[in-house]
Design a protein around this ligand. Structure first.
Ligand SMILES: [Cu+2]
Length: 146
């Protein structure tokens, strides 16, 4: 009886940890993420975001990615977005303000990113954005570490 209870509590704990450390995120051609806010527990070893582009636009015309930055670095990062840097680079140069970056995918594509939680502080203010030129204006959300 007690053993069953312990097993139940342990499986619930595993389930809740899994939910908090790994998040599914998507967008279509409307340039909006389906979530405005992602919460991750500070006890996670890493944050995994599984992104899916549910639209039809090809990468070159309307690709999407997921980039994690500190909220205070938003302007610094988006100023560096440049079509000339190419989709493979996420239209961004290598810069320390970019904490994590997924590949850019076109309609029907999927991409994941993994971020070492040591890079995030509990209670810190973070954002996830798409760095396809122009998308960041509306394609962004808040990431909180709880
Ligand atoms: Cu986008």
């Amino acid at each position: 009886m007690l053993k069953n209870l312990v097993m139940l509590v342990m499986s619930l704990f595993t389930l809740s940890c899994y939910a908090a450390c790994e998040v599914n995120l998507s967008s279509a051609d409307n340039m909006m993420f389906d979530k405005r806010k992602i919460s991750v527990e500070s006890s996670c070893e890493k944050l995994v975001i599984n992104f899916e582009h549910k639209g039809k636009m090809p990468v070159a015309a309307g690709g999407h990615n997921v980039v994690i930055i500190k909220t205070k670095d938003f302007n610094t990062v988006v100023k560096k977005i440049d079509m000339k840097l190419g989709a493979d680079a996420g239209f961004l140069p290598e810069m320390p303000e970019v904490l994590a970056k997924s590949a850019i995918v076109g309609g029907g594509g999927k991409a994941s990113l993994s971020l070492d939680m040591a890079k995030l502080e509990k209670g810190g203010s973070y954002q996830f954005i798409c760095s396809f030129p122009g998308h960041y204006a509306i394609m962004k959300g808040t990431l909180e570490v709880i």
